[in-house]
Write a protein that binds this ligand. Structure first.
Ligand SMILES: [Zn+2]
Ligand SMILES: [Zn+2]
Length: 283
């Protein structure tokens, strides 16, 4: 079922509000009279700005327009030199799809996003938090955004807990309720941090697993419907080059799109890692 556009806009508005709320929370911490507040406050502010920076970087490059195939720089890793006219060779690699909307033959791993109305290279998913698609060029920014957001949420949660304890002991010791008005505010902020921490933490773990295994969310969840993956045996992923290369291809691509030429069918080797092996698979 298609999600109405208004829901995505609401998601974006909520995200901006929550960023502001977190920032206010961090700034409020700075004003409290606690000997550790300055160091903690500065640390939390750095985490807030880092999360915000990568969020904006991720949003800016969301839905990168597809370029013509000849403009791509060849990926460092390819199992075959080029796709030729040889019939035998053709049958060894999967066919590429055509996009009826963009009128192009899509590069491998590309999917047309109906919300962005363009083809997205190495399509991961359309994310309503960033208001666009996560694809090849902004996946690293998305992961860094999740990392700092998650770090911030749990760090803030810890500090709210410390603040709450500090104020309640202070009030109890001196027998008055000087800090009582802060209690409700701290609880609300702590609940917000916890909720967001769990949400972003789950996504962070999931995307770490995807990056390590060289997959995208689309490839992981819709493998049965993707022709260039179905071309290979069920538990073989043609773009899994090993943990180190997979990390390099995600984080050090110099903002250049890869060809993602898949291996020839008769050249594939058995893959074995903690996520995919002959006993079980995360696919
Ligand atoms: Zn398209
Ligand atoms: Zn999109």
């Amino acid at each position: 079922m298609a999600v109405p556009l208004q829901v995505y806009e609401l998601g974006n508005a909520c995200k901006k509000f929550l960023f502001s709320a977190e920032l206010i929370g961090m700034l409020t911490l700075l004003t409290f009279q606690n000997k550790l507040t300055l160091i903690i406050g500065i640390r939390l502010l750095i985490e807030t700005f880092a999360a915000g920076y990568f969020y904006l970087k991720c949003s800016d490059s969301a839905g990168e327009p597809i370029q013509e195939q000849q403009d791509y720089e060849m990926g460092e890793i390819s199992f075959s030199s080029q796709r030729g006219d040889n019939g035998q060779f053709e049958s060894q690699t999967p066919d590429r799809n055509e996009c009826q909307e963009c009128k192009i033959v899509q590069p491998y791993r590309t999917k047309h996003c109906s919300k962005c109305q363009k083809c997205i290279p190495k399509y991961d998913h359309h994310c309503f938090w960033i208001g666009g698609c996560v694809g090849e060029l902004n996946h690293r920014m998305y992961w860094l955004f999740l990392f700092f957001q998650c770090l911030l949420c749990f760090d803030a949660l810890l500090q709210f807990q410390n603040q709450f304890t500090f104020y309640s002991i202070y009030d109890e010791e001196f027998g008055h309720d000087q800090y009582q008005p802060y209690y409700f505010f701290i609880l609300i902020m702590a609940a917000t941090s916890f909720g967001f921490g769990i949400f972003t933490g789950t996504l962070l773990i999931y995307h770490t697993m995807l990056i390590l295994t060289g997959k995208t969310t689309w490839e992981h969840t819709k493998r049965d419907k993707i022709s260039y993956l179905n071309f290979y045996p069920k538990y073989y992923h043609p773009y899994n080059y090993g943990f180190i290369e997979n990390i390099k291809l995600t984080f050090f691509h110099k903002s250049i799109l890869s060809h993602w030429i898949p291996p020839q069918k008769d050249q594939i080797q058995e893959q074995c890692n903690i996520f995919d092996n002959k006993y079980y698979s995360c696919c």
